[in-house]
Design a protein around this ligand. Structure first.
Ligand SMILES: [Cu+2]
Length: 419
């Protein structure tokens, strides 16, 4: 720019020379074009602070459905790569007095529309959600509607955390002084449909120390304990308006994972007797007060998967991406969980770590930019929970999507390496 500095002495801004007019026009063009120059790179480099987000009403069609859920669909221990050993069989092996790894559960499932005839298919990346309900998304300023159909044989509800609701969308029955009209949502009758409505004010979005999005959860609160153990739980994400894509996802994040750590106590599920009748070899001989039987129904899972049975394909990311992990705990006093990532670190609560803490109904957001390529263990670090199968794996590919990395052992070399 030579001698043409930005400081214009002795002149008012409006009395600029033609040169300055040209500079201003060029800067204006650059301001419009520049963000687009970064759009193809990792989302992390975006610094798109201007909010042009237009608030929306986002409608979800969610059913509470009876589903047969297998905690170990591959039938083997994917962490060791071997068949289940004796310790794992405590939880996974079916027998005369044992239910095995498949249980009848109540799960939230997403449908395509209000007819509730067609399930919305999960994308390959969404397969990691397992037995969790669909991800409900909102952006600060939005309205979220959940059209809920109860396909179960008992009342159920949707109770959300964090967002703004009135008494007719709280989904929890208790002595709150409301009349009959505001109690329909508390326990939606079998076979009926109810529409919940939530506002997303500023206080439901990221706080001063948060990233571009925060996690909430939703769950049935009609019979809170039984509903949790039967499986009616799902994640919710609220993104700040200045960082939201049109679909509500945060625009500085490349990939999101949602993981629920819980010891599902199937002894406390409303389906216990039906599970015995359906899956135990000799149902009449099962004693529900037998300690070993009780133990066999404590499913130490991540998203409903034990011993690494979560599909690795859906837990895959690339080196250098901005990965956001939304973690939650549920359950009771045994549910103190310490998720630990091998190979990479995260920032959570503003601090660098590779282990975070979860208690029942805790919600923790952890951000990772993986730099270490490979297939890595991700597990609860509580010793008893490790033995009981609360482990999964995640995989970091190279930037170009290829498998490998300098320390990755070739599959056939591993086979000859012994154990
Ligand atoms: Cu744990």
């Amino acid at each position: 720019m030579g001698n043409h500095g930005f400081v214009v002495r002795g002149r008012g801004f409006l009395s600029v020379s033609p040169w300055w007019g040209l500079v201003i026009i060029l800067l204006a063009i650059l301001a419009v074009v520049a963000p687009g120059l970064y759009a193809t790179g990792p989302a992390a480099v975006k610094a798109n602070a201007a909010s042009n987000y237009v608030p929306q009403t986002r409608t979800y069609y969610i059913g509470a459905d009876e589903v047969q859920w297998n905690y170990a669909p591959t039938g083997k221990n994917q962490i060791t790569g071997e068949p289940f050993d004796e310790a794992a069989q405590v939880f996974t092996k079916q027998g005369p007095q044992r239910i095995g790894s498949t249980y009848i559960k109540s799960l939230y499932q997403e449908y395509t529309d209000s007819s509730f005839k067609t399930l919305k298919q999960r994308t390959p990346a969404e397969q990691h959600l397992g037995f969790q309900g669909p991800v409900i998304r909102g952006v600060v300023g939005d309205t979220i509607k959940v059209v809920f159909k109860n396909n179960l044989d008992r009342p159920a509800s949707v109770h959300v955390h964090g967002v703004f609701y009135d008494k007719s969308s709280e989904g929890a029955p208790y002595n709150d002084g409301t009349g009959a009209a505001a109690k329909v949502d508390d326990g939606v009758a079998p076979g009926s449909t109810y529409s919940y409505s939530y506002e997303v004010p500023e206080r439901a979005g990221p706080g001063p120390m948060d990233g571009s999005s925060v996690m909430w959860m939703y769950h049935s609160h009609t019979d809170e304990v039984a509903d949790d153990y039967s499986g009616l739980v799902g994640p919710m994400v609220i993104t700040k308006a200045s960082a939201a894509r049109a679909d509500g996802t945060p625009n500085d994040v490349d990939r999101e994972f949602f993981l629920q750590f819980k010891v599902s106590d199937e002894n406390s599920s409303p389906y216990l007797q039906r599970n015995i009748d359906k899956y135990a070899g000799k149902p009449a001989t099962v004693k529900t007060d037998d300690e070993d039987f009780g133990e066999s129904n404590l499913m130490h899972s991540i998203n409903g998967y034990v011993y690494g049975n979560q599909p690795l394909e859906s837990m895959t990311m690339r080196k250098g991406e901005h990965v956001r992990w939304y973690l939650m705990g549920m359950g009771t006093e045994v549910d103190l969980h310490t998720p630990h990532w091998h190979g990479n670190t995260v920032t959570a609560l503003g601090m660098r770590t590779d282990v975070v803490n979860l208690l029942p109904a805790s919600m923790v957001v952890a951000d990772m930019v993986p730099d270490d390529v490979g297939t890595w263990l991700f597990h609860c670090h509580v010793n008893d929970h490790i033995s009981a199968g609360m482990l999964t794996r995640y995989r970091v590919l190279n930037e170009d999507g290829s498998v490998g990395g300098t320390t990755q052992t070739a599959p056939d070399a591993a086979a000859h390496a012994g154990h």
